[in-house]
Design a protein. Structure first.
Length: 421
């Protein structure tokens, strides 16, 4: 297919003549209000229009599309074509636009960095940004570069062609999400998408090992219904170094993220896509995955080879006691031992595709653990009018007693926090 396309930059003039979808009258009205009624825009006017909305570095990329060669002015159809095509479903048209300002792998890296920076810039206007700030979350430039490199790795190399960009867009689902988020903001269109979720946590918690790039990376790997809200269920710094307490905070909380920082400052973890329960066997589904955040960002999805996604057990004589993800007994993708502070990752794990050892060393010391519940927690047995799981499972009940909690399943939702609808 690549032989049928020229890499020559077509510019906005030729592309806008045949938009892949018709411009809606209501969109024209919205755009006119954005441009203060102007039907024609200069380069300076476009720059000033967006200078307070997104980062200058991203604006400069889009100006290359709008004003190729000696183009001095553009009409409204050309102006809106960027939104209609990059947020559309026609990948070929997206590639044609990207080729207007991406000619090398370096351009691609810089473009994705500008896109990510603009996402964070937009996020700063949100009311809930202070909630993350209270956890000392920051925008680490090095981490953002690592994330951009992750998004650009794979099929693209130093030679940017129509085919390479087409394959990149087809296999990197995050780019469409980032485009929609940024472009909707630029053009004044509403979107329900969330790059950064709203955090819910006990006010006594004042730190997290995450930064904004980590949060974006993880959130865009979750299903949409889990992207709006995260709940900090456990932090070893504030709730103590106790595996029993960790379990009590994790059980029956719905899907959650497990974050580990080891003694070499690597940060990695697992996503449990199903409810955590005590069980002598593996359970879970193919939506679970392993990941690394530092020093590199990578995600390892289900390989389909087996279904050994999650294992959680305690106080057993003949079975492993701890929390495990992937692999098999004694050969885990990630293992957190019930003897708090000890962890293990193996060099291979058939449960997850293209797996690489998460930790620096096979056996590692745990310096910090966080559990984040994603989305709204599932209803308790009492809320569903059923028998409490704690009454049915004496072991789970005993764990709560050891953790210092009352024998009510609602107590599993510690810390006591108000949830967003």
């Amino acid at each position: 297919m690549g032989n049928e396309h020229s890499n020559k930059k077509q510019g906005s003039g030729s592309l806008k003549k045949n938009l892949s979808r018709k411009i809606k009258p209501e969109d024209v009205k919205k755009i006119k209000s954005l441009t203060n009624g102007k039907d024609v825009l200069t380069k300076v006017e476009v720059f000033e229009l967006w200078s307070m909305e997104i980062k200058d570095s991203l604006i400069n990329f889009y100006l290359k599309y709008y004003f190729p060669d000696k183009t001095e002015k553009i009409d409204l159809s050309t102006f809106i074509s960027l939104y209609y095509e990059l947020d559309g479903s026609n990948i070929d048209r997206k590639v044609e636009i990207l080729l207007c300002f991406i000619g090398s792998y370096g351009d691609l890296i810089n473009y994705v960095q500008a896109l990510l920076n603009s996402c964070l810039f937009i996020y700063q206007s949100r009311d809930d940004k202070e909630l993350w700030s209270s956890l000392n979350i920051d925008s680490d430039k090095g981490s953002l570069i690592v994330y951009a490199n992750y998004l650009c790795m794979g099929d693209c190399n130093n030679e940017i062609t129509f085919d390479s960009l087409q394959k990149w867009l087809s296999t990197t689902h995050e780019i469409a999400y980032l485009h929609k988020y940024v472009l909707s903001h630029m053009f004044g269109f509403n979107t329900s998408q969330r790059i950064i979720p709203t955090p819910v946590y006990n006010p006594s918690f004042t730190m997290s090992i995450l930064d904004y790039s980590h949060i974006m990376f993880l959130n865009l790997n979750l299903m949409p219904e889990f992207q709006k809200q995260w709940r900090l269920l456990f932090s070893s710094q504030f709730q103590g170094e106790s595996f029993t307490r960790l379990m009590a905070c994790a059980i029956n909380q719905g899907p959650l993220l497990v974050l580990v920082k080891d003694d070499k400052s690597n940060i990695f973890g697992a996503y449990a896509s199903t409810n955590l329960t005590l069980c002598p066997k593996f359970y879970g589904d193919q939506n679970s995955f392993l990941f690394t955040l530092k020093p590199d960002m990578k995600v390892f999805n289900s390989s389909g080879f087996n279904e050994n996604f999650i294992y959680l057990n305690s106080n057993q004589q003949t079975l492993p006691n701890g929390l495990g993800f992937g692999g098999q007994f004694e050969y885990w993708g990630l293992w957190i031992d019930s003897e708090y502070g000890q962890g293990e990752c193996n060099k291979t794990c058939s449960t997850f595709k293209d797996y690489q050892m998460l930790s620096h060393d096979k056996h590692f010391k745990i310096m910090h653990i966080e559990l984040w519940g994603v989305g709204i927690p599932p209803p308790t047995a009492e809320e569903k009018g059923e028998r409490s799981v704690l009454d049915a499972d004496p072991t789970a009940s005993a764990l709560l007693e050891l953790a210092g909690k009352t024998k009510h399943s609602a107590g599993l939702r510690e810390p006591d926090i108000e949830l967003e609808n």
